[in-house]
Design a protein. Structure first.
Length: 211
């Protein structure tokens, strides 16, 4: 089983959106995309959104996602009367449906006019952390990261670019030096400086993961 949530996109060009008509149109598309021979489903419209519970033999969530795409969902939402859709992960039994509902709700938050169909597993983790981070999560970020994330002075920018280039060059100092057009000793100096500032050695695999 899985949960699907759908809400109308905002109309562009100042046009009025008929919410009821838009949602009912999507319900019809859902009925076409999910044949009764393959899917069991409960569909309702409440609080200006479509709520659907769907079930099948296996991979319900991903199958629902793919069927909507094949039935022209993305093409139909390329106008002012489309909807955005969020789909949760599969729920193995009915007690897991609340979790699937929350997943669908989160996926709906990340759906947009450019990407109107969003499966929970397709949410970009970095974007999720940026958009959903609460105060407790922010407090978990080490203080030294601000030195590199802000990168306001020339030294910080050089250290930041060096650590990224070092990773891209598979921890190869000579290749990093060639890419940044500096001497290899300069790379060693910057890596040592990063270690001194953070207490983490970026030349080790575990250290690079932390950076």
């Amino acid at each position: 089983m899985t949960i699907l949530l759908a809400r109308p996109l905002s109309a562009g060009n100042g046009k009025h959106v008929d919410l009821e008509a838009t949602l009912r149109s999507f319900v019809r598309l859902l009925e076409q995309a999910l044949p009764a021979a393959v899917y069991g489903k409960l569909v309702d419209i409440r609080d200006d959104e479509v709520v659907a519970i769907a079930c099948s033999d296996a991979d319900t969530a991903r199958g629902l996602f793919q069927r909507l795409r094949r039935n022209g969902f993305t093409r139909r939402t390329a106008n002012d009367h489309g909807v955005r859709v969020g789909i949760g992960l599969d729920a193995v039994d009915i007690t897991c449906l609340p979790q699937a509902y929350e997943e669908a709700r989160l996926a709906l938050e990340f759906a947009s006019a450019a990407q109107p169909l969003m499966h929970f597993s397709d949410i970009d983790l970095a974007a999720f952390l940026i958009q959903r981070a609460d105060k407790a999560a922010i407090r978990l970020i080490p203080e030294w990261t601000h030195h590199f994330s802000q990168a306001e002075d020339d030294q910080s920018r050089k250290l930041s670019s060096t650590i990224h280039a070092f990773a891209d060059c598979s921890f190869n100092v000579k290749e990093t030096a060639r890419r940044l057009r500096v001497h290899a000793n300069t790379i060693y100096f910057r890596l040592n400086r990063i270690r001194d500032l953070t207490g983490i050695d970026p030349r080790t695999y575990s250290g690079r993961r932390c950076c």
